[in-house]
Design a binder for this molecule. Sequence first.
Ligand SMILES: [Cu+2]
Length: 130
Amino acid sequence: MKMKPWMLSGVVVALVAVLAGCAGPKVSVSAPAGTGEKRIAMEASSFSFEPNEILAHSGDRLLLEVENTSGMDHNLTVLDPAGELLLSRHLPAGQKVPIELNLDQPGDYHFHCDKPLHPSLGMKGTIRAQ
Ligand SMILES: [Cu+2]
């Protein structure tokens, strides 16, 4: 029996599902104390964000300087603590994108890349505002 393209894509999905079990290690940074804009350098690659845990404070204004060091387009989508969409920005391959983010409420702001399967491959993280 010859392999049809749709069969191959089924194999790829199965492989990805296996790989999804191996999420990368946690890389954590803390936003500096005090007021004013807080710059945090972040790297987006295939398939992780580094850091993937940011410890911050309620009321912080963050400037995430996200550099996509991969040869593939990615995205940064951030949800507020209620799970509502806060922002979504395109991260073109090889470029650095400054992203302003106001942490108006305390809680966990989960973020991920919105490309299919990228979050399960490791492109996700959390900004914790205390
Ligand atoms: Cu991605």
